[in-house]
Design a binder for this molecule. Sequence first.
Ligand SMILES: NC(=O)CC[C@H](N)C(=O)O
Length: 264
Amino acid sequence: MATGDATPAPRIRVGVLALQGSFREHMTLLQKVPGVEVVEVRTKDELESVAGLIIPGGESTTMALVAERWGLIPELRSFAKAGKPVWGTCAGMIFLAEGAEGQKEGGQTLLGGLDITVSRNFFGAQINSFETRLPAPECVKSHGSTDDFRAVFIRAPAVLAAGPGVEVLAEYALTPEERAKHGRDKVIVGVRKGVLMATAFHPELTTDIRWHQAFVDMVRAHAGEAGGVPGKAPPPLYENLGRLPNRPPDMPIYGQEFLKREDL
Ligand SMILES: NC(=O)CC[C@H](N)C(=O)O
């Protein structure tokens, strides 16, 4: 449902895995989507309380180690297996993949569930991070604004192979140097299959909330609105601001200008 629709959307709880990485940034953008109650997920109980989960970017090996230590791996696997919507961004994409190349020595635990094989640091080291604009898929475009979106790649993975039935949401055309290095013209950087979505880029580091809206659409469609409280007005946009990190603004999305904008 697009922001600004006359009928308020029923409330729905969406979690963000808050073990490591850019979970606060995801929470900030989710709080902009009407009718969403955002929950930091660190425990089994918190996980069970949400209708959908975002796994943020960060460092996938570290995230897996922390999840293992907190005993969350089986819980996360059963969450996805139970058919609940999950969106993995960057490290989260790696975490959801069935297979990953370029793992650290000793390998790393993957949650799996999404029939893709990723290259962990396809675009190179941290210093090779970049941003560009890519054509937006329909689920993003349907929320208005431009036909493309700002894609931020930070030591990003790419999808090398996708199984049958995996919907491609975004592709990146390689530069001539990248083409020479990888022997291919393009790579997939956004996918969806059923209720699992993964993006190699970081929409949470921009002020464009349309990817978050698209994910909430998936969560709502899956929950059949059951996670909402019918007839109850959605919370004020900034109800959860009190839970924002107690730190000075250090990124564009924490700027007062962004937090106050009601047109997003
Ligand atoms: N920004 C990111 O999430 C980077 C992910 C990183 N390539 C990894 O292996 O986890």
